[in-house]
Ligand binder design. Sequence first.
Ligand SMILES: NC(=O)c1ccc[n+]([C@@H]2O[C@H](COP(=O)([O-])OP(=O)(O)OC[C@H]3O[C@@H](n4cnc5c(N)ncnc54)[C@H](OP(=O)(O)O)[C@@H]3O)[C@@H](O)[C@H]2O)c1
Length: 287
Amino acid sequence: MRIAIVGPGAIGSTVAAHLIQSGHQPLLCARTAFDRLLVQTPKGQIDATPVVLTDPAKADPVDWVLVATKAYEVEGTARWLQRLVGPETRVAVLQNGVEHVARFMPFLPADRIVPVVVEIPAERSAPGVIVQRRDGWMKAPAGVNGEAFAALFASSGVDVATAEDWASVAWRKLALNCAGAVNALTGLPAGIAAKPEIAELMRGLVAECLAVGRAEGAILEDELPDQVVAQYQASPADSVNSLLADRLAGRRMEWDARNGVIARLGSAHGIDTPLNQMAAILLSAME
Ligand SMILES: NC(=O)c1ccc[n+]([C@@H]2O[C@H](COP(=O)([O-])OP(=O)(O)OC[C@H]3O[C@@H](n4cnc5c(N)ncnc54)[C@H](OP(=O)(O)O)[C@@H]3O)[C@@H](O)[C@H]2O)c1
């Protein structure tokens, strides 16, 4: 099985390390070169020297491409897809948000794109050097492609399953992520959710996500806004979500995949989403 991973950052490298440990030899398609992969997982360190390419022109078609770039990195990712995708290639998109398929439909048929919800807390300190904080999971939609994706990880340290109602899994994750805009906007970690007025603002962001998600066909509980706030309040007060981490590090932020999408799809359904719209506008202005 020929597997290529485009974007070997925190998630791409962690997934690569687990695939290597279970006997695969993924090709890493990187922007920044590195020689050695060093991933500290909850079950020990994985140290490997996979093949790393930085020039798409040197890549050939593979069976599977796993895309683990940030959601806004479509153009750069597409340059790899032009070389890696053949007539049988399937592309799994390991990114946040709910637009995994739409994002890559211009580059290959939708029925060969496998959207994946990723719940693996991982941080990168240098190219190829990653800490995976806890055991993680990934979910792909039920069906032939989803099952084939899960099979790649059959004897690996990552729990990969399929979900009949994948859209609801993705929207539930988006609900958690959209509320995190409050942290990036204030520059403050999770503890800020203890303030009643901040908790109310987070509930409002999630309520908009809930309404748009339902209009898109997701099955979401009325309690979702309270659940999300409770989750932030139960996190260590100093924990930093990736949107805030990106802002603090001066990197681009996934505001469109986390808040902009709710405003865009909301508008298509005639649903007002003023809070997510404002969050997306302010976060984009900060860049
Ligand atoms: N990290 C987590 O805990 C976590 C958890 C769940 C979901 N996610 C989602 O997973 C996705 C990936 O996040 P991440 O945290 O892994 O981000 P990341 O650490 O920034 O990794 C992204 C990688 O993509 C590379 N890249 C950018 N443009 C490229 C190009 N044209 N060709 C090849 N590689 C390119 C970057 O290269 P450079 O080395 O040059 O920067 C970087 O290595 C995001 O959608 C994120 O929201 C992350």
